[in-house]
Design a protein around this ligand. Structure first.
Ligand code: GRF
Length: 205
C-alpha cells in the first residue's frame, strides 16, 4: 500500500519564524505526515518569509493596511489561504487576530501557539506578563483558535521553570525551545491521528 499524501499545512507568521522552521525541518521526513505548502504573513521583510523562500515554499503577504477595511483583509487572507487547500492552518507567531470570514473557512482547523500557560497571560506579552506576575512556572499552549483572544480549546501545554535571574528575553527563549518541540509533536499527531473536540476537550485518539 502506498503512503497517503502528506497533510497540507499553511503557516502564518509575523516575525522570526523559528516555529515555522521547526515545522519545515520536521516535514523533511516523509514519516512526519505533513508538508508546509505555503507561508502567509501580514508584513514584508521578516525572517519568516526568508525561511519559507529558502525552503522553496510559496509565500504571500496580506497586510491589513493594503485593504480598505479589516473585513476586506480578513476575507482576502481567507481566500489566499484557501488557494493552498490546507488540512491545517498554523499561526506561528502571527500577530493578527483573524475575523469571521477566516474563521468560517478554517475555524475547525486553525491552531495557534502561544507563549504562556493559558488561560493565564493571553495577548502579545505572555513571558513579560508572567515574569511581572512572579509565577514560578511558565510555558506554552497550543490551541484551536476561536473568536476570542487566546481562548480556544487547548490541544497541549508544556511547562518551563522561571528562574530567579530571568529577564524577558531569557524566559522568552526558554519557552520557545519547549514551544517548538510541542508544536512539531502535536501538529504531527493531529494530522496523522485526527482529533475530536467536545465541550472544549481536545482528544487525539
Ligand atoms: C512564539 O513564541 C509565539 O508564541 C509568540 O511569538 C513567537 C513566535 O516566534 N506569539 P517565531 O516567529 O516562531 O520565532
Amino acid at each position: 500500500m502506498t503512503d497517503p499524501a502528506p497533510a497540507r499545512l499553511v503557516v502564518l507568521v509575523s516575525g522570526s519564524g523559528s516555529n515555522l522552521q521547526a515545522l519545515l525541518d520536521a516535514s523533511a521526513d516523509p514519516a512526519y505526515g505533513a508538508q508546509v505548502v505555503a507561508v502567509g504573513a501580514d508584513r514584508d521583510g521578516i525572517a519568516g518569509l526568508d525561511r519559507a523562500a529558502a525552503a522553496g515554499v510559496p509565500t504571500f503577504v496580506d497586510s491589513v493596511k493594503a485593504y480598505e477595511t479589516r473585513e476586506d483583509w480578513d476575507a482576502a487572507l481567507a481566500a489566499h489561504v484557501a488557494e493552498f487547500k490546507p488540512d491545517l492552518v498554523v499561526s506561528a507567531g502571527f500577530l493578527k487576530l483573524v475575523g469571521p470570514h477566516f474563521l468560517a473557512a478554517f475555524g475547525d482547523r486553525y491552531i495557534n501557539t502561544h507563549n504562556a500557560l493559558l488561560p493565564a497571560f493571553p495577548g502579545i506579552h505572555g513571558p513579560r506578563d508572567a515574569l511581572a506576575y512572579g509565577v514560578k512556572i511558565a510555558g506554552a499552549t497550543l490551541f484551536f483558535v476561536d473568536a476570542g483572544v487566546d481562548t480556544g480549546p487547548i490541544i497541549a501545554q508544556v511547562a518551563v521553570p522561571v528562574l530567579d535571574d530571568d529577564t524577558e528575553d531569557t524566559l522568552t527563549e526558554r519557552i520557545k525551545v519547549a514551544e517548538r518541540a510541542q508544536l512539531v509533536e502535536f501538529v504531527g499527531r493531529l494530522v496523522r491521528e485526527g482529533w475530536t473536540i467536545e465541550n472544549r476537550k481536545v482528544r487525539i485518539p
